[in-house]
Design a binder for this molecule. Structure first.
Ligand SMILES: C[S@@+](CC[C@H](N)C(=O)[O-])C[C@H]1O[C@@H](n2cnc3c(N)ncnc32)[C@H](O)[C@@H]1O
Length: 200
């Protein structure tokens, strides 16, 4: 059998502890978390190990599953689930209920229409009081929060024109229209934020 190299992201290594400090108290009473856009799987392994009371369900587009599975293969606990094929832009999703959703560095990658579909999907599968936590860079009132984010946005657009850093207030407005209220905005290192939404 071919051995698949584990994908690796230095950014994940750098941001996993600050993100965990946001998730741990907020997920303390939750049981099931869906991660959308799992990517390398590094966050999933780290968060599942640090919060063993949770079942951590990974998901991503099918092209990333092999790498995620290679990463998950080193995990010895039973609370980390193999990736679901979940394209946020497609409906229905392969999961109908969860207590919480986590997604990291996806809003600036997927097209804006997919971001809206992701919000639709979260509103569908979260119960009242359910949480959506989104990590990544966001603009404030349409302005970049740093020169490095402005450069990053330019680079994203050279990769694909539909990519780009989203405006936090616009995301909050769209989420609110779907019954997801932005209750907390937390500043994290490297000009990133965690947005916490509660299903009304
Ligand atoms: C920049 S990576 C972030 C990966 C990881 N969450 C992290 O923080 O390192 C963006 C992720 O979003 C996923 N993605 C892009 N479009 C998607 C979509 N329509 N539905 C679900 N995931 C998507 C990609 O496959 C990729 O895993």
């Amino acid at each position: 059998m071919a051995v698949v190299d584990k994908p690796f992201s230095q950014a994940c290594e750098n941001n996993k502890q600050p993100i965990l400090s946001v998730l741990a108290p907020r997920f303390a009473t939750r049981r099931h978390v869906l991660e959308i856009g799992t990517g390398t799987g590094q966050h999933a392994v780290y968060f599942a190990a640090a919060m063993p009371h949770l079942t951590w369900q990974t998901s991503d587009l099918p092209e990333n599953h092999e790498g995620i599975q290679a990463c998950l293969a080193d995990y010895f606990g039973s609370n980390l689930k193999r990736p679901l094929a979940l394209d946020a832009a497609q409906s229905p999703w392969p999961i109908e209920h969860t207590d919480a959703v986590f997604t990291s560095n996806t809003f600036h990658i997927m097209p804006w229409e997919a971001v809206l579909s992701l919000l639709d999907g979260c509103a569908r599968i979260l119960p009242p009081g359910g949480l959506l936590v989104v990590y990544g860079p966001f603009n404030e009132q349409g302005e970049f929060t740093s020169d490095s984010n402005a450069e990053f946005d330019q680079w994203l657009k050279t990769q694909a024109p539909h990519r780009g850093i989203r405006n936090r207030q616009t995301v909050a407005e769209e989420a609110g229209q779907r019954g997801l209220e932005l209750t907390e905005t937390l500043e994290l290192p490297a000009n990133n934020r965690c947005l916490v939404f509660v299903r009304q």
